[in-house]
Design a protein around this ligand. Structure first.
Ligand code: GLV
Length: 319
């Protein structure tokens, strides 16, 4: 029996799976675990299930000890994990791709609709008890049909967002490190372009690339200026892909028309200027937040940990 540490609350199904074979120490606090408590608990662990709020670095891995075999992130993004440090110590790192694809694409599309149809503004008017009545020109938004969606990062979530865009009558262009399956590209009618062209032609730009040194502030003042002044930016990937201060300025000055954000540069902080602007829809990192998806993510992370502890290949290793 091995010792498995779970660094935050996860659906019971995953804990039950782990408990069949191992001793499980799961953090139950309502708040994220503190760094000190985390380091105290991981000491002697054979496996750690981590949430994206926990940083997994050399210090944590060394504190855990040489018996540590696997770090199973309960997230598809793994910018919280120093993968090289894991590799150096022979620790397998895993993530949860696939199971959150549809939920995250749903939130991307929800933000596209919130931003283009001004739903947040409308709700605030009602909740603030401001006077309103139906009017020909009241809160007019922008239609999506016949418009172009530019997808930055055409992995599973980008493709699922493109599929939704197609159902809404949009054209799709995408920028991606690699060519996607030609059958999928044909089904979506999606054309691969360079980022410059994507920014210039898109009516909505939606970000779906991983975060890392190569994508830090990928969208800054220069890229925002390259977008149409009528265009919208949506980010459901990771906050620091966008220079938030530059985005606030672009939204305030009318460089672009609006934005929808599920992720922020310094979560849970939001740039104070964004909070003052009506033309940005803000939601608190809800991409994968459905009961079904979170259960599937935690269960997949448990399966990854269990496989490594049994000496088998995990279903979804990183890299
Ligand atoms: C959520 O942000 C994830 O990466 O799973």
């Amino acid at each position: 029996m091995s010792r498995v540490v779970v660094t935050g609350r996860v659906p019971d199904a995953a804990i039950e799976k782990l408990r069949v074979e191992h001793e499980v120490d799961a953090w139950q606090g309502p708040e994220s675990i503190s760094r000190d408590e985390l380091l105290r608990r991981v000491a002697g662990a054979d496996a750690i299930l981590t949430l994206l709020t926990e940083r997994v670095d050399g210090e944590l891995l060394d504190t855990a000890g040489p018996q540590l075999k696997v770090v199973a992130n309960v997230a598809v993004g793994y910018d919280n994990i120093d993968v090289a440090a894991c590799r150096e110590r022979g620790v397998v790192a895993t993530n949860t791709p696939g199971v959150l694809t549809e939920a995250t694409a749903d939130i991307a599309f929800a933000l596209i609709l919130m931003a283009t149809r001004r739903l947040g503004e409308g709700e605030r008017i009602i909740r603030d008890r401001q006077p309103w009545k139906w009017g020909m020109f009241f809160l007019l938004g922008t239609g999506l049909q016949g418009k172009t969606l530019g997808i930055v990062g055409m992995g599973g979530i980008g493709q699922a967002t493109a599929r939704r865009a197609k159902a809404f009558g949009m054209d799709v262009v995408y920028q991606s490190r690699s060519e996607i399956d030609p059958d999928v590209a044909a089904e979506l009618g999606a054309r691969r372009v360079a980022l410059d062209e994507l920014l210039a032609v898109s009516d909505v730009v939606s970000l779906h690339c991983p975060y890392g040194p190569a994508t830090h502030h990928l969208i800054g003042a220069e890229q925002l200026s390259a977008m149409k002044s009528s265009a919208y930016l949506v980010n459901t990937a990771r906050g620091p892909i966008v220079d938030e201060a530059a985005l606030a300025t672009a939204l305030r000055d009318g460089t672009i028309a609006g934005a929808g954000l599920d992720v922020f540069e310094r979560e849970p902080e939001v740039h104070p200027e964004l909070l003052e602007l009506g033309n940005v829809a803000l939601v608190p990192h809800l991409g994968s937040a459905t009961i079904e998806t979170r259960t599937a993510m935690a269960t997949l992370a448990a399966d990854n940990a269990l496989a490594v502890l049994r000496g088998e290949l995990p279903p979804t290793p990183i890299g």
